[in-house]
Write a protein that binds this ligand. Structure first.
Ligand code: SF4
Length: 337
């Protein structure tokens, strides 16, 4: 992608599991939280990472931001390779790549006023020659809060106001990319919409790119140009959001969408119930790792890993990609499930 701002290539992030298991095995045990994912984000684009909790999306976001080390692969941001950069070398990169963490109130220090919280990024990056009062006022206005909010403390804010302060901190240093982890978590539905509209508006006004991590599919449909669906640390489907919402090709995506239907009284939704048991990262199933839960699984799925075509703009890791409107086969119709 020629106008790519962020390029992630075959990234693997692993963790060592200590304790009784490694003692029993007599060696350190490693699991891959992210197991070889690749994607690009273009300038001005909103990209969403979607999946159940534990699917690896937050781990991937933290690796992109340099908070976790990649065991393999490359992360290139604005033409610069980030792997292996020291904390010191990452500091100027973090000006360009802001992170919004979950928990709007909890992520703000309770002892600082909103004005001090918004000025904090300037202090951390030693940009104190700026008129911090004027910057705070400007940023509060950009996120739709009046100047008198500067004197309030986090416990005096609603969830939506706290999230707006988080957005103001994220855009303070004029970043090229904002990584937002569950930007609407804990907010009422009406406030969720306001925050998403704010992010969209700022993206357009400031020319930002957004990487949104969420399990909330309505969020994705409202803001993301493209999306990737993660399962056990891998991408199972990646493509344009509208194409995926309209005609998901991977059975896991189809099941996620069926569990979160758009409110539409004229549509009958076939809910696809998956077995609750998600396999352990310590014992990944052979073949397609989703075959233990997939209603469409056949014999081939148990032994052969499905490999998506890397250049396909709508890529799917499935031997039998679904057609629009596909319904799960009845048990007696399956050949080997
Ligand atoms: Fe299901 Fe087989 Fe596709 Fe895996 S490869 S998602 S088991 S149909």
């Amino acid at each position: 992608m020629s106008d790519s701002l962020l390029s992630v290539r075959d990234v693997r992030v692993s963790f060592e599991i200590g304790g009784l298991l490694s003692q029993a095995l007599g060696r350190p045990t490693e699991i891959d939280g992210v197991a070889g994912v690749s994607f690009d984000i273009a300038k001005g684009e909103t990209f969403a990472l979607v999946g159940e909790s534990g699917s690896g999306k937050t781990t991937l976001a933290r690796a992109i931001n340099g908070l976790l080390r990649c065991a393999e692969g490359e992360i290139i941001f604005d033409g610069k390779k980030l792997n292996g950069l020291s904390t010191r070398a990452m500091k100027p990169v973090r000006r360009q790549m802001a992170m919004m963490f979950q928990d709007p109130v909890g992520s703000l220090s309770p002892r600082l006023t909103v004005g001090q919280l918004i000025a904090e990024p300037f202090r951390i990056h030693e940009m104190t020659d700026r008129d911090l009062g004027a910057e705070t006022k400007r940023l509060l206005a950009l996120v739709g809060l009046s100047a008198d909010f500067a004197d309030r403390y986090p416990h005096q804010l609603s969830g939506g106001q706290a999230r707006r302060v988080g957005v103001a901190r994220a855009i303070a240093l004029d970043p090229a990319l904002i990584v937002a982890d569950e930007p609407t978590a804990g907010l009422d539905v009406s406030v969720q919409g306001e925050i998403l509209n704010l992010l969209n508006d700022l993206r357009d006004r400031l020319g930002l790119s957004l990487l949104i991590i969420t399990h909330n599919l309505h969020v994705v449909r409202q803001v993301a140009d493209r999306m990737a669906v993660m399962y056990l640390g891998r991408f199972v489907e990646l493509g344009g959001s509208e194409a995926i919402f309209t005609a998901p090709r991977h059975p896991y995506t189809k099941a996620l969408l069926s569990a979160n239907p758009e409110p539409d009284p004229d549509r009958i939704i076939d809910r696809i119930a998956l077995p609750a048991e998600v396999p352990s990262l310590l014992a990944r199933p052979p073949g397609c790792e989703f075959h233990t839960r997939c209603p469409w699984a056949e014999a081939r799925c148990r032994t052969e890993v499905p490999l998506p075509a890397p250049d396909d703009p709508h890529r799917t890791a499935c031997h039998f990609p679904l057609s629009p409107g596909a319904r799960p086969p009845r048990r007696e119709e399956t050949t080997d499930a």
